[in-house]
Every structure is written in C-alpha cells, then in structure tokens.
Design a binder for this molecule. Structure first.
Ligand code: F6P
Length: 772
C-alpha cells in the first residue's frame, strides 16, 4: 500500500497539529481514560521537523528487525520520549506527515517478532461431510465449522494449543459509530448484546460438538472438556460479559467458579484522544483541519499506519496481537484457550492468516464488518499458527460473501481496458516452482499469437525478470523444439521481493511499453496467481493466468505439470516396488508438496502404495502408528510383496523436526525389530527387512512433459490468445481453468481458492470409504 499512490498530499504538518490539538480540546468522554493533555507549545512545527528525522532513522533501522513486539513498542516509545520530548502531538504530526509522504510503508515489511508471515503453512485438515469416514474421525477432535465441513485434529493436544477466539457482539457504545478502543471500557448492549453473546456461546457449543451430534453415524466421542478450558478477556467489561454468557452455555456447572485471565494481546486499538468520538465528528474535524471534504480526510484515517493522536495505529495493534498470540501458543501448550476479544483482533488475525503480505491482506479485510465471522479457530503447533474463521450465522456469511463477490467482479470488469481485436502484443512469463508443460504452452502462445498478428515477448525468470527488464521479442527460431522442453525453457523464479512496492513499480515501469494494446500471461501456481492479481488490481496490467504447478492445488482446474510429475514418480516408485518385492524391504518415498498433498495422493493411489502420509492428515503421528505400522505388521514377510509408503515433503511428525521421510527409517526399523513373528526361530528364517528412504524431490519438477500435459498446455495457451483477441472482457484478471471435462473456463483471479484434499480417494485407497 503506497501512501503517495493513495494521494495523501492534502496532509500537512500544520493541518495535523491543528487536528490533533482540536481533538485534545474536545470535552472528555464519560468512562474514557484519555492520555494527559500536552501543554501549550509555540514551536511544535519546528520540533515536528526534528522528530521526522528521528522517525526516518527508526524506519530505516526497523528493516534490521525487532526481536519481538515489545522491542518494537519500546523503540517507538523512546521516539516519543526522546525525539519528541514526550509530546504526543509532535509525534502524531511527525509520524503521519511521513506516512503521507510514503516514508513509513517499509515498516509493514519489517521483520518484527512473529509477524513475519511463514512462506508455507501446514494445510488445516478440513473434511467435507460426504468425505468423512469413521477411520478419519474416530479418536480425533472434530470441530464443526459449518457449511457441512469439519476440522479434524489429534485428540492429544500435548504439543499444540487450540485457540477459540470470539469477539463481543453489540455494545452500548457502538463501535460502528464511535471510536471505542482500549481506552473506553464498554459494556454489552442489554437488549442486543446479551442475546448475541448467547448466540455466540451456542454456536461455539455446536462447533465443539457439545450440543446435538455432528455426525450421527460415527457416534463420535468428544475429547474436549470445557471445564478444562482456560478463559482470557481484555480489560473491557464487554469481553468479560461475553465470557460469562459463553461459559454458562459451555459448562453451566462450573460457570460460577470459573475466572478469566486478563490478557494484553486481546486489547483493541489505542485511539488516544479520538477515543469516544463519533466517527462522523472525527472526519468533520479532520476535514476542517486539512481543508478537504470528509471523504478525502478518510483516506488518512483509514490507513493502517495512521497513528491516532496519543494512541497508535492498526499496524501496532497487529504487531502486538500476532506476537502475543504466538507467545500464548508457546506458553499454553496442551491447552484450549477461549479468548474473548474485539472485532479488531479478529480482523488482525484474518490478515495474518491470509498468505498475502500485510498491506495487501489489509486491503482485503479492510471492510471487515459486523455480521461476518464471529469465531476464529486457531491452532499453534510447531511454532506456527494455522486457522479457520467461521460465522455464527452462516446464511449471513454467505450473503456477505456473495455481495462481496459481485462488487469485486464488477471491479474486475471495470479494470479491463482492452477491446475485442485491439490487442497487438503479448508478454509471457513463468513464475514460482517450475513445471512440465511450460514449454508447450509458450510455444503455442508464440505460434497462435504470431498467426493472429501479435508480437510475442518472453520474460526470463518470471517476475524477477520483469524487475530486471529481461524481456525479449520471440521469433520462430527461438521456440523451435520448445514444446517438449522439460521444466521452463525461459526459466522461473521465486521472487519474494516482488511483494515490495518499489520492486513492483520497477517491474511495471519495464512492462508498461509493451502493455499499450498488450497483455501479460502469467503461468504458475497459487502464489504466482496472487502476484498476477496484485499487478492487475494495483496497476491495471491486463493479465491472464495459466495454472502450472506440480502441487495442483488450485480449485476448479488441473494444473500443468502434475501429470508429468506423477508419470516420472511412477517410474521411480515402480522401480522401488520391484526391488522392495525382491528384497522384502520397506521404502519411504518422499515427493514434493509441503503445502498440499494432491501430488502425493496421485502418486500413491496409482502405485497402490501401502500408505500415504500428507500434511493435510489431521494426525500424522497416529497415522504412522495405526496405518503404517499396522499395515506393515500384516504385509512384511509375505513373499514377493512390495512395501511402499509415499510421504509428502515436510509432513510434521514426532520422529524428526524436519518431518517428511526424515526419522521414519530408523523409527520404523526399530519398531519392526521388536515384532516376534519376523524374528528367526529354530527352523524358520524370515525374510530380512530393511527400511529405506528415497527422496524424489525436485526431479519431479524437472520431469519431461507427458503428452497429456503438452496437449493441455497447448489448449490453454491457444485459448488464452484466442480469448484475449476476441473476448478480453471475459478473461482479463482471470485464470484459465482446465476442467476435468476438458473444457476451459476463466475463473476471476480474486475468486481463486485452494483445492480441497480428496479425502474420498484417500479413504478408497485405504479401503475405508464405505461405512459398513
Ligand atoms: O512448486 C511447488 C513445490 O515444488 C512444492 O511441491 C514444494 O513443496 C516446493 O515447491 C519446494 O520449493 P523450493 O523451490 O523452495 O524447493
């Protein structure tokens, strides 16, 4: 988010000072703990200039990072004390003036404690009702997350923390109309707030399976005991009231004796002297101070880095919360924490859980409203938070989602500037993890593009190449032999710096000359499609996506590269099966897919592997014990029988910190050595058993393209060019999806979703799909 790009040039030091002073002068609001009013000062404008220099240095140093939120908070506090002489108004004006000049943006990327978003998260095990089998659900915590979906996790929480995070509903001072925040102790509205709090309690009880039965046919045991839950509130009475209502529903017997803990990470934002002010009055006051209309003034106040006079910004709340939640996770392992908090907490959590960088995710959840999700479920395991948010009233959520979709889809169409038959040039790149089929798609883009009179350009190494201006015109000669090329003939890259606005601006600067009557084709996986979406939405680049990733993890399409990766894995797995059958050994075969197990499932299913360990599994340790060891106990020693277990890279388990195949060979060998039926007795000599690991890893990304991938690639590329020429309105800002039926259809980039794991196939592979 670029403050300059958002046009904050109406902001001046004098305007900020007179606005801040006006807020300080307002009559105090009942019940609000406002910061002490600063004394009169003649030379504030001069002191602001000095403070700006210190804040610039602070932003610069912040790039080196802060160990945690407290270190960041202390450094910021020092700025107010030392560089601003303890004068909150001087700080307010200096900070926000720099914000308006675009000089604070780098803060949003500074590594502060746990706020650095993980590049990959373990997928949460979410299973739709129709795929739920006794095998999956039994012995697990099952959370009903609504919409006929269930979140599964191990019943043993010993090295995990489960957070049930709720926000209070409607309070007496309505946060829709007033700035409330941590300085105003608010209470629930007796008429609407109390019933809403009870509705949240009832919804949570349903999620936990305490009322009604989630899945009758499974006769599930409930492993969560609400009596053992730890409850935490903020200092505001409304969160305590919410706690009281919820706990009276979750555990009526102990409700009276249960006490909550007051937890700092659950506080809402500090609005300083704006606390208690009506939002319309706040805007009018700001508009007066800056000499603009209220809509313009709102641009400043809505910015996530805008610091309230005497308070802080949403960004600071986010830092405290993300770090605070990680700390709670570390210090409460094995516990279920019920957290009663404010809507800003839920908003900050959604922003953190979203894979995009802070500024982009903030724009997405900026309009987070009452009536949306009221409960966010999170787990903390292996040092990481994973989560899922859910609404109390699903119909309301669905309606909100539909409304949001309509608006965003209209915005997409409004951003399409190309008219039918106007396009003259196409620029193509491959981004993210490479995949087979990229060559065939590129060749088809060149062939069909040229045939329809377009110039075709390729960018070397994806978005990195854009930033470096590695863009070249392509001729027939350049694409000879390309369709059978393994991986990407024009390179690819993972380019984390592309999240940086300045880097994006450089890339756009290089791209712009080609974009006059032109379009960009981005080939890659989910991350690349996010990059494509960002430059379409921010800079209006006319972009179209083609799915390519061995992970095949985008819903509604098959991605290029999957088929070829499976074909290559098949060759290795069949070789391993042969040697396994001959020698009686056990092979753990690791394939890629730390973020999604589709590839592993495809490999294991077609090879009729004995087992499959994936990141999506709710309980990998239990799977190792029950399924892997259980199966091997039966199959080891059988003559000419192969033993293959497919493992997705980095699946976490307790036998090695890195997960995946690591640690499994020794652990399983040790367990097998204790099985008496495999031990030599007099007159009986069982087959000796060895356990081995093979990591196929990146070989799969560099697989030669199979005919299926080449055909799909050509279809997709042909359709990209054809539709860019004939119906740009339908495909720009979209990814072309290759449906199972073989048809190709656009999906708007903003509507892309992760592909759900195919639990039905997983169950069928284990023979547990039918509830007999
Ligand atoms: O491109 C997807 C993928 O191959 C995943 O399957 C895998 O987890 C990851 O990339 C490996 O990434 P890297 O390029 O960092 O080795």
């Amino acid at each position: 988010m670029n403050a300059k790009a958002e046009n904050l040039n109406f902001v001046t030091i004098n305007g900020l000072l007179s606005y801040g002073e006006a807020l300080v002068r307002r009559p105090s609001v009942e019940g609000a703990e406002l910061p002490p009013a600063p004394g009169p000062s003649e030379d504030r404008p001069k002191r602001v200039l000095v403070a700006m220099t210190a804040i610039r240095a602070f932003v610069h140093d912040a790039q080196k990072g802060f160990a945690d939120a407290a270190a960041y908070g202390n450094a910021r506090h020092q700025l107010i004390q030392q560089a601003c002489g303890g004068d909150d108004l001087v700080f307010f004006a200096a900070w926000n003036q720099l914000l308006a000049q675009g000089e604070l943006s780098a803060l949003m990327r500074a590594p502060i404690g746990a706020t650095i978003k993980p590049t990959r998260r373990r997928p949460v095990a979410i299973v739709p009702r129709e795929h739920m089998t006794p095998n999956l659900a039994e012995g697990r915590i099952v959370l009903d997350i609504g919409n006929d979906q269930f979140w599964l996790m191990p019943k043993d929480l010993s090295d995990r923390t489960l957070f049930l995070t709720m926000r209070h509903g409607v309070s007496q001072v309505d946060s829709k109309k007033f700035r409330v925040g941590r300085r105003l102790k608010n209470v629930l509205d007796p008429e609407r707030g109390i019933p809403k709090a009870e509705a949240i309690g009832t919804a949570l009880a349903r999620t936990l399976g305490l009322v009604g039965k989630q899945l009758d046919f499974l006769h599930l045991h409930n492993y969560l005991d609400p009596k053992s839950f730890v409850h935490m509130v903020s200092r505001s009475p409304n969160t305590r009231q919410l706690f009281e209502r919820v706990v009276s529903i979750l555990s009526p017997d102990t409700a009276k004796t249960t006490q909550p803990i007051v937890e700092g990470a659950l506080e809402s934002q500090d609005f300083g002297w704006a606390t208690g002010i009506e939002k319309t009055a706040e805007l009018e006051e700001a508009a007066k101070a800056f000499g603009v209309d209220t809509k313009t003034a709102q641009r400043l106040i809505k910015h996530p880095l805008y610091s309230y006079p005497g308070g802080h910004s949403f960004f600071e709340l986010y830092v405290d919360l993300v770090d605070g939640f990680h700390h709670l996770g570390q210090t409460h392992q094995g516990e279920v924490l019920c957290l009663y908090t404010h809507s800003s907490t839920l908003r900050a959590l959604l922003i953190f859980l979203d894979p995009r960088p802070f500024s982009e995710a903030f724009s997405e959840f900026g309009a987070y409203k009452e009536g949306q999700d009221n409960v966010v479920l999170l787990t903390f395991e292996h040092g990481q938070l994973s989560g899922y948010s859910t609404a109390v009233g699903l119909s309301e959520r669905e309606r909100a989602a539909r409304e949001a979709w309509k608006t965003v889809e209209q915005e997409r169409r409004d951003k399409v500037t190309l008219h039918p038959r106007q396009i003259r040039r196409v620029v193509a790149l491959v981004s993210g993890g490479d995949f087979a089929g990229a060559g065939a798609a590129l060749k088809e883009l060149r062939v069909t593009g040229n045939r329809l009179g377009l110039e075709v350009y390729f960018v070397q190494h994806g978005f990195l190449g854009l930033a470096n201006n590695w863009i070249e015109l392509v001729t027939e000669q350049n694409t000879r032999g390309m369709s059978n090329h393994a991986s990407s003939p024009i390179g690819s890259s993972r380019f984390e710096d592309f999240k940086d606005e300045e880097v994006q601006l450089a890339a756009i600067h290089h791209l712009k000359p080609y974009m006059e009557d032109g379009a960009l084709v981005v080939m890659g996986g989910d991350g690349s499609m996010r990059g494509a979406r960002a430059i379409f939405e921010r800079f209006g680049i006319q972009v179209i996506g083609i799915p390519g990733s061995i992970d095949d993890n985008i819903a509604g399409t098959t991605s290029l590269g999957l088929q070829s990766a499976v074909a290559l894995a098949n060759q290795s797995i069949e070789s391993l099966k042969a040697t396994s059958a001959a020698m009686g050994s056990v092979f753990f075969v690791e394939v890629m897919g730390a973020g999604s197990g589709h590839l592993a499932l495809m490999c294991a299913y077609q090879a009729r592997a004995e087992g499959l360990l994936v990141n999506e599994h709710p309980d990998p340790d239990a799977y190792i014990e029950e399924v892997i060891l259980g199966t091997l106990k039966q199959t080891l020693g059988v003559q000419n029988k192969s033993h293959i277990i497919v493992v997705a890279e980095r699946t976490p388990h307790c036998h090695h910190p890195v997960g995946g195949v690591h640690g499994l060979v020794d652990y399983v060998a040790n367990r097998i050595s204790q099985w008496t039926h495999l031990q030599t007795r007099s007159g009986s000599y069982p087959l000796s058993v060895a356990t081995k690991a093979t990591i196929l890893g990146h070989t799969l990304r560099g697989a030669s393209p199979t005919p299926v991938d080449k055909t799909m690639a050509q279809h997709l590329a042909y359709e990209a060019i054809r539709s860019l020429v004939e119906q740009p309105q339908e495909v720009i800002g979209c990814m072309l999806a290759y449906r199972d039926s073989g048809t190709i259809q656009p999906i708007p980039l903003h509507a892309l979703a992760p592909k759900p794991f195919d639990w039905e196939l997983f169950a069928r592979m284990h023979g547990t799909e039918l509830a007999l």
